[in-house]
Design a protein around this ligand. Structure first.
Ligand SMILES: C[S@@+](CC[C@H](N)C(=O)[O-])C[C@H]1O[C@@H](n2cnc3c(N)ncnc32)[C@H](O)[C@@H]1O
Length: 373
Protein backbone atom coordinates (compact mmCIF):
# COMPACT_ATOMS: atom_id res chain seq x y z
CA UNK A 1 0.00 0.00 0.00
CA UNK A 2 1.22 3.52 -0.83
CA UNK A 3 3.17 5.10 2.05
CA UNK A 4 2.82 8.86 2.45
CA UNK A 5 5.26 11.01 4.39
CA UNK A 6 3.47 13.42 6.72
CA UNK A 7 4.18 16.15 9.23
CA UNK A 8 2.23 17.16 12.34
CA UNK A 9 3.11 20.61 13.73
CA UNK A 10 2.46 21.04 17.46
CA UNK A 11 3.05 23.37 20.40
CA UNK A 12 6.64 23.31 21.67
CA UNK A 13 6.98 20.73 24.42
CA UNK A 14 4.26 18.40 23.07
CA UNK A 15 6.38 16.58 20.45
CA UNK A 16 6.82 13.40 22.52
CA UNK A 17 3.09 13.17 23.18
CA UNK A 18 2.24 13.63 19.50
CA UNK A 19 4.79 10.92 18.67
CA UNK A 20 3.21 8.60 21.24
CA UNK A 21 -0.25 9.21 19.76
CA UNK A 22 0.98 8.58 16.22
CA UNK A 23 2.59 5.27 17.20
CA UNK A 24 -0.68 4.22 18.83
CA UNK A 25 -2.58 4.64 15.54
CA UNK A 26 0.05 2.61 13.67
CA UNK A 27 2.14 5.36 12.06
CA UNK A 28 5.66 4.34 10.97
CA UNK A 29 9.03 6.20 10.99
CA UNK A 30 7.81 8.55 13.72
CA UNK A 31 10.43 11.27 14.24
CA UNK A 32 10.04 14.29 16.51
CA UNK A 33 11.73 17.64 15.89
CA UNK A 34 11.26 21.05 17.49
CA UNK A 35 7.55 21.85 17.15
CA UNK A 36 6.75 19.10 14.63
CA UNK A 37 6.60 15.32 14.28
CA UNK A 38 7.11 13.42 11.02
CA UNK A 39 5.64 10.02 10.20
CA UNK A 40 4.80 7.80 7.27
CA UNK A 41 1.55 5.98 6.79
CA UNK A 42 -1.25 5.04 4.44
CA UNK A 43 -4.30 7.18 3.62
CA UNK A 44 -6.03 5.34 6.43
CA UNK A 45 -3.32 6.51 8.86
CA UNK A 46 -3.78 10.10 7.65
CA UNK A 47 -7.54 9.89 8.29
CA UNK A 48 -7.00 8.31 11.72
CA UNK A 49 -4.43 10.98 12.61
CA UNK A 50 -7.02 13.67 11.89
CA UNK A 51 -9.72 11.91 13.88
CA UNK A 52 -7.57 10.78 16.82
CA UNK A 53 -4.75 13.24 17.47
CA UNK A 54 -5.41 15.10 20.72
CA UNK A 55 -2.15 17.04 20.88
CA UNK A 56 -1.20 17.80 17.23
CA UNK A 57 -2.14 20.98 15.37
CA UNK A 58 -2.78 19.59 11.88
CA UNK A 59 -1.84 16.73 9.56
CA UNK A 60 0.13 17.71 6.48
CA UNK A 61 1.30 15.60 3.54
CA UNK A 62 4.96 16.24 2.75
CA UNK A 63 5.15 16.61 -1.03
CA UNK A 64 8.79 17.57 -1.33
CA UNK A 65 11.95 18.62 0.49
CA UNK A 66 14.83 20.34 -1.27
CA UNK A 67 17.49 23.02 -0.99
CA UNK A 68 16.36 26.44 -2.23
CA UNK A 69 18.89 29.26 -2.14
CA UNK A 70 17.31 31.31 -4.90
CA UNK A 71 13.81 32.03 -6.23
CA UNK A 72 14.69 30.07 -9.39
CA UNK A 73 15.53 26.98 -7.34
CA UNK A 74 12.34 27.40 -5.32
CA UNK A 75 10.25 27.81 -8.48
CA UNK A 76 11.80 24.95 -10.46
CA UNK A 77 11.71 22.41 -7.64
CA UNK A 78 8.16 23.34 -6.63
CA UNK A 79 7.09 23.02 -10.24
CA UNK A 80 8.68 19.56 -10.41
CA UNK A 81 6.41 18.16 -7.67
CA UNK A 82 3.33 16.11 -8.65
CA UNK A 83 0.66 18.53 -7.33
CA UNK A 84 -1.92 17.08 -9.73
CA UNK A 85 -1.86 13.80 -7.77
CA UNK A 86 -3.81 15.65 -5.06
CA UNK A 87 -5.21 18.93 -6.44
CA UNK A 88 -8.00 18.68 -9.02
CA UNK A 89 -8.66 21.28 -11.70
CA UNK A 90 -11.13 23.27 -9.56
CA UNK A 91 -9.12 23.00 -6.29
CA UNK A 92 -8.50 26.07 -4.12
CA UNK A 93 -4.82 26.22 -3.16
CA UNK A 94 -3.82 29.19 -0.99
CA UNK A 95 -0.17 29.20 0.11
CA UNK A 96 1.02 29.92 3.66
CA UNK A 97 4.33 29.36 5.41
CA UNK A 98 7.40 30.68 7.11
CA UNK A 99 11.11 31.13 6.42
CA UNK A 100 13.83 31.20 9.05
CA UNK A 101 17.64 31.54 8.91
CA UNK A 102 17.57 31.26 5.13
CA UNK A 103 18.65 33.23 2.09
CA UNK A 104 15.01 33.29 1.01
CA UNK A 105 13.58 35.16 3.95
CA UNK A 106 10.67 37.16 2.49
CA UNK A 107 7.56 35.12 3.22
CA UNK A 108 5.28 37.04 0.78
CA UNK A 109 7.82 36.56 -2.05
CA UNK A 110 8.19 32.83 -1.33
CA UNK A 111 4.41 32.55 -1.16
CA UNK A 112 3.96 34.11 -4.56
CA UNK A 113 6.79 32.09 -6.19
CA UNK A 114 5.32 28.84 -4.88
CA UNK A 115 1.84 29.82 -6.05
CA UNK A 116 3.16 30.64 -9.54
CA UNK A 117 5.07 27.35 -9.69
CA UNK A 118 2.01 25.29 -8.73
CA UNK A 119 -0.15 27.20 -11.25
CA UNK A 120 2.50 26.49 -13.93
CA UNK A 121 2.55 22.78 -13.07
CA UNK A 122 -1.22 22.36 -12.91
CA UNK A 123 -1.61 24.56 -15.98
CA UNK A 124 0.50 22.15 -18.02
CA UNK A 125 -1.38 19.10 -16.71
CA UNK A 126 -4.90 20.52 -17.05
CA UNK A 127 -4.18 22.58 -20.18
CA UNK A 128 -5.21 25.99 -18.87
CA UNK A 129 -3.61 29.18 -17.59
CA UNK A 130 -6.23 30.51 -15.21
CA UNK A 131 -7.75 28.61 -12.32
CA UNK A 132 -11.10 29.65 -10.82
CA UNK A 133 -10.30 27.85 -7.55
CA UNK A 134 -13.98 27.44 -6.71
CA UNK A 135 -13.68 23.86 -5.39
CA UNK A 136 -12.37 22.14 -2.24
CA UNK A 137 -9.55 23.55 -0.11
CA UNK A 138 -5.97 22.25 -0.62
CA UNK A 139 -3.95 24.48 1.71
CA UNK A 140 -0.29 24.56 0.62
CA UNK A 141 2.13 25.05 3.51
CA UNK A 142 5.82 25.72 3.22
CA UNK A 143 8.66 25.92 5.67
CA UNK A 144 12.12 27.15 4.71
CA UNK A 145 14.75 26.58 7.38
CA UNK A 146 18.47 27.00 6.79
CA UNK A 147 17.82 27.01 3.00
CA UNK A 148 15.90 23.68 3.12
CA UNK A 149 12.38 24.01 1.80
CA UNK A 150 9.61 21.60 2.77
CA UNK A 151 6.35 21.76 0.82
CA UNK A 152 3.21 20.32 2.30
CA UNK A 153 -0.53 20.00 1.78
CA UNK A 154 -2.80 20.48 4.78
CA UNK A 155 -5.35 17.67 5.15
CA UNK A 156 -6.97 19.11 8.29
CA UNK A 157 -8.32 22.51 7.21
CA UNK A 158 -9.23 24.11 10.52
CA UNK A 159 -6.54 23.38 13.11
CA UNK A 160 -7.15 20.22 15.13
CA UNK A 161 -7.61 22.05 18.44
CA UNK A 162 -10.94 23.21 17.03
CA UNK A 163 -12.89 20.15 18.10
CA UNK A 164 -16.26 21.81 17.57
CA UNK A 165 -17.44 21.82 21.19
CA UNK A 166 -16.21 25.29 22.25
CA UNK A 167 -17.69 27.89 19.90
CA UNK A 168 -17.99 30.84 22.29
CA UNK A 169 -14.92 32.97 23.07
CA UNK A 170 -14.08 32.93 26.78
CA UNK A 171 -11.63 35.26 28.54
CA UNK A 172 -8.59 32.94 28.82
CA UNK A 173 -9.33 29.44 27.59
CA UNK A 174 -6.56 26.90 27.35
CA UNK A 175 -6.04 25.47 23.90
CA UNK A 176 -7.74 22.06 23.61
CA UNK A 177 -4.51 20.40 22.42
CA UNK A 178 -2.64 21.63 25.50
CA UNK A 179 -5.56 20.66 27.74
CA UNK A 180 -5.45 17.14 26.31
CA UNK A 181 -1.67 17.05 26.84
CA UNK A 182 -2.03 17.98 30.51
CA UNK A 183 -4.50 15.12 30.93
CA UNK A 184 -2.29 12.64 29.05
CA UNK A 185 0.67 13.50 31.29
CA UNK A 186 -1.43 13.17 34.48
CA UNK A 187 -3.00 9.90 33.25
CA UNK A 188 -6.37 9.73 35.03
CA UNK A 189 -7.59 6.16 35.73
CA UNK A 190 -10.93 5.00 34.29
CA UNK A 191 -12.47 5.47 37.77
CA UNK A 192 -10.80 8.80 38.61
CA UNK A 193 -12.81 11.75 39.87
CA UNK A 194 -11.16 14.71 38.16
CA UNK A 195 -11.49 18.23 39.57
CA UNK A 196 -10.80 21.62 38.02
CA UNK A 197 -11.57 24.45 40.46
CA UNK A 198 -10.63 27.12 37.83
CA UNK A 199 -12.61 25.40 35.09
CA UNK A 200 -13.44 28.41 32.86
CA UNK A 201 -15.06 26.89 29.78
CA UNK A 202 -14.49 23.34 31.02
CA UNK A 203 -11.76 22.39 28.53
CA UNK A 204 -9.60 20.32 30.90
CA UNK A 205 -12.50 18.22 32.18
CA UNK A 206 -13.94 17.71 28.69
CA UNK A 207 -10.53 16.64 27.34
CA UNK A 208 -10.02 14.43 30.40
CA UNK A 209 -13.40 12.76 29.84
CA UNK A 210 -12.75 12.21 26.13
CA UNK A 211 -9.28 10.80 26.84
CA UNK A 212 -10.43 8.45 29.57
CA UNK A 213 -13.43 7.24 27.55
CA UNK A 214 -11.23 6.74 24.48
CA UNK A 215 -13.34 9.14 22.41
CA UNK A 216 -11.75 10.40 19.19
CA UNK A 217 -11.56 14.21 19.52
CA UNK A 218 -12.22 14.80 15.80
CA UNK A 219 -15.50 12.92 15.53
CA UNK A 220 -17.70 16.02 15.68
CA UNK A 221 -15.97 18.10 13.02
CA UNK A 222 -15.00 18.04 9.36
CA UNK A 223 -11.56 18.02 7.67
CA UNK A 224 -10.33 19.52 4.41
CA UNK A 225 -9.33 16.14 2.96
CA UNK A 226 -12.90 14.84 3.31
CA UNK A 227 -13.50 16.75 0.07
CA UNK A 228 -10.38 15.51 -1.72
CA UNK A 229 -10.79 12.96 -4.54
CA UNK A 230 -7.69 11.14 -3.21
CA UNK A 231 -9.41 10.45 0.15
CA UNK A 232 -12.69 8.68 -0.67
CA UNK A 233 -15.77 9.44 1.46
CA UNK A 234 -16.10 5.72 2.20
CA UNK A 235 -12.70 5.71 3.87
CA UNK A 236 -13.70 8.57 6.18
CA UNK A 237 -17.01 6.86 6.96
CA UNK A 238 -15.29 3.59 7.77
CA UNK A 239 -12.68 5.20 10.05
CA UNK A 240 -15.34 7.33 11.77
CA UNK A 241 -17.40 4.20 12.48
CA UNK A 242 -14.31 2.43 13.82
CA UNK A 243 -13.60 5.43 16.09
CA UNK A 244 -17.20 5.40 17.39
CA UNK A 245 -16.91 1.69 18.19
CA UNK A 246 -13.65 2.25 20.08
CA UNK A 247 -15.23 4.61 22.65
CA UNK A 248 -15.88 3.27 26.15
CA UNK A 249 -18.64 5.48 27.59
CA UNK A 250 -19.50 2.99 30.34
CA UNK A 251 -16.42 3.60 32.50
CA UNK A 252 -16.96 5.23 35.92
CA UNK A 253 -14.87 8.37 35.25
CA UNK A 254 -16.37 11.62 36.62
CA UNK A 255 -15.36 15.27 36.45
CA UNK A 256 -16.23 18.18 38.70
CA UNK A 257 -15.61 21.78 37.60
CA UNK A 258 -16.05 25.06 39.44
CA UNK A 259 -15.22 28.69 38.77
CA UNK A 260 -15.79 31.95 40.61
CA UNK A 261 -17.39 33.50 37.52
CA UNK A 262 -21.09 32.54 37.60
CA UNK A 263 -21.30 32.49 33.77
CA UNK A 264 -18.81 29.66 33.49
CA UNK A 265 -20.85 26.77 34.88
CA UNK A 266 -23.46 27.21 32.13
CA UNK A 267 -20.87 27.72 29.39
CA UNK A 268 -18.93 24.61 30.48
CA UNK A 269 -22.11 22.53 30.68
CA UNK A 270 -23.05 23.57 27.12
CA UNK A 271 -19.55 22.74 25.88
CA UNK A 272 -19.65 19.35 27.62
CA UNK A 273 -22.99 18.62 26.00
CA UNK A 274 -21.66 19.44 22.53
CA UNK A 275 -18.63 17.21 23.21
CA UNK A 276 -20.92 14.33 24.23
CA UNK A 277 -19.59 14.02 27.79
CA UNK A 278 -22.16 15.93 29.84
CA UNK A 279 -23.38 12.76 31.56
CA UNK A 280 -20.11 12.41 33.51
CA UNK A 281 -19.31 16.08 34.22
CA UNK A 282 -20.85 18.58 36.64
CA UNK A 283 -20.16 22.29 37.01
CA UNK A 284 -20.98 24.87 39.65
CA UNK A 285 -19.94 28.34 40.84
CA UNK A 286 -17.38 28.48 43.65
CA UNK A 287 -14.32 30.32 44.88
CA UNK A 288 -11.11 28.28 45.19
CA UNK A 289 -11.10 29.27 48.87
CA UNK A 290 -14.04 26.91 49.46
CA UNK A 291 -12.52 23.94 47.56
CA UNK A 292 -13.44 20.89 49.67
CA UNK A 293 -14.03 17.83 47.49
CA UNK A 294 -16.43 15.23 48.84
CA UNK A 295 -14.81 12.14 47.32
CA UNK A 296 -12.16 10.25 49.32
CA UNK A 297 -9.79 10.11 46.32
CA UNK A 298 -9.31 12.35 43.32
CA UNK A 299 -7.12 14.24 40.92
CA UNK A 300 -6.92 17.97 40.21
CA UNK A 301 -5.76 19.26 36.83
CA UNK A 302 -5.97 23.00 36.61
CA UNK A 303 -4.95 26.16 34.80
CA UNK A 304 -5.31 29.02 37.32
CA UNK A 305 -5.15 32.72 36.38
CA UNK A 306 -1.55 33.70 35.63
CA UNK A 307 -1.73 37.44 36.26
CA UNK A 308 -1.22 38.01 32.52
CA UNK A 309 -4.61 38.16 30.86
CA UNK A 310 -6.68 37.81 34.06
CA UNK A 311 -5.83 39.46 37.38
CA UNK A 312 -2.39 40.91 38.21
CA UNK A 313 0.59 38.94 39.49
CA UNK A 314 -0.07 39.71 43.12
CA UNK A 315 -3.65 38.49 42.90
CA UNK A 316 -2.56 35.39 40.98
CA UNK A 317 0.04 34.64 43.66
CA UNK A 318 -2.60 34.97 46.38
CA UNK A 319 -4.52 32.24 44.56
CA UNK A 320 -1.42 29.98 44.36
CA UNK A 321 -1.05 30.35 48.12
CA UNK A 322 -4.71 29.50 48.58
CA UNK A 323 -4.27 26.42 46.37
CA UNK A 324 -1.40 25.29 48.61
CA UNK A 325 -3.79 25.50 51.55
CA UNK A 326 -6.78 23.67 50.01
CA UNK A 327 -4.94 21.06 47.89
CA UNK A 328 -4.24 18.76 50.82
CA UNK A 329 -1.31 16.37 50.72
CA UNK A 330 -3.03 13.10 51.55
CA UNK A 331 -3.32 9.52 50.28
CA UNK A 332 -5.36 9.12 47.10
CA UNK A 333 -4.92 12.73 45.92
CA UNK A 334 -2.82 14.02 43.01
CA UNK A 335 -2.52 17.65 41.85
CA UNK A 336 -1.39 18.97 38.45
CA UNK A 337 -1.06 22.71 37.89
CA UNK A 338 0.20 24.63 34.85
CA UNK A 339 1.59 28.10 35.58
CA UNK A 340 4.31 30.41 34.19
CA UNK A 341 5.43 31.80 37.57
CA UNK A 342 8.96 30.58 38.45
CA UNK A 343 8.11 31.19 42.12
CA UNK A 344 5.04 28.94 42.01
CA UNK A 345 6.36 26.14 44.24
CA UNK A 346 7.56 28.51 46.93
CA UNK A 347 4.24 30.35 47.01
CA UNK A 348 2.20 27.13 46.81
CA UNK A 349 4.26 25.90 49.75
CA UNK A 350 5.66 22.56 48.51
CA UNK A 351 8.24 21.55 45.90
CA UNK A 352 6.65 19.61 43.04
CA UNK A 353 7.39 15.87 42.73
CA UNK A 354 7.94 16.49 39.05
CA UNK A 355 7.81 19.47 36.72
CA UNK A 356 7.80 19.71 32.96
CA UNK A 357 8.41 22.71 30.73
CA UNK A 358 5.48 23.40 28.38
CA UNK A 359 4.38 26.38 26.30
CA UNK A 360 0.93 27.87 26.65
CA UNK A 361 0.94 29.69 23.32
CA UNK A 362 4.17 31.70 23.43
CA UNK A 363 4.27 31.73 27.22
CA UNK A 364 6.80 29.42 28.87
CA UNK A 365 5.13 27.53 31.71
CA UNK A 366 5.86 24.68 34.05
CA UNK A 367 3.53 21.78 34.69
CA UNK A 368 3.85 21.23 38.44
CA UNK A 369 2.97 17.67 39.43
CA UNK A 370 2.24 16.58 43.01
CA UNK A 371 1.56 12.84 43.34
CA UNK A 372 3.56 11.67 46.37
CA UNK A 373 2.12 11.65 49.89
C1 LIG B 1 -7.00 30.69 32.95
S1 LIG B 1 -8.71 30.63 33.25
C2 LIG B 1 -9.08 28.92 33.08
C3 LIG B 1 -9.43 28.59 31.67
C4 LIG B 1 -9.94 27.20 31.48
N1 LIG B 1 -8.88 26.20 31.64
C5 LIG B 1 -10.58 27.10 30.10
O1 LIG B 1 -10.09 26.33 29.27
O2 LIG B 1 -11.51 27.85 29.80
C6 LIG B 1 -8.83 30.88 34.97
C7 LIG B 1 -10.22 30.86 35.51
O3 LIG B 1 -10.13 31.06 36.93
C8 LIG B 1 -11.30 31.72 37.37
N2 LIG B 1 -11.02 32.31 38.70
C9 LIG B 1 -10.40 33.47 39.02
N3 LIG B 1 -10.33 33.62 40.34
C10 LIG B 1 -10.93 32.54 40.91
C11 LIG B 1 -11.15 32.11 42.25
N4 LIG B 1 -10.79 32.86 43.29
N5 LIG B 1 -11.76 30.92 42.45
C12 LIG B 1 -12.17 30.17 41.40
N6 LIG B 1 -12.01 30.53 40.10
C13 LIG B 1 -11.38 31.69 39.88
C14 LIG B 1 -11.58 32.73 36.26
O4 LIG B 1 -12.95 33.09 36.27
C15 LIG B 1 -11.17 31.94 34.99
O5 LIG B 1 -12.28 31.33 34.38
Amino acid sequence: MEQIKCCVPCLFGLEALVAQELKKIGAADVRAENGRVYFTGTRETVVDANLWLRTGQRVELVLGEFTARSFEELFDQTCALPWEQWIPENGRFPVKGHALNSRLHSVPDCQSIIKKAVVRRLGKVYGREIFGEEGALFGIRFSIFKDRATLMLDTSGQALHKRGYRPAAQPAPIRETLGAALCMIARPYPDTVLYDPFCGSGTLLIEGAMLTRNMAPGLNRGFAAENWPAFPRALWQERRSAARRAATPGIPFRGVGSDIDPKMAGISADNAKRAGVSDCLQFFTADIRSFAPETPRGMVITNPPYGERLLDQEQARALYQEMGRVFLKKPGWRYYIIAPDQEFERIFGRPADKRRKLYNGMLECNYYQYFKY
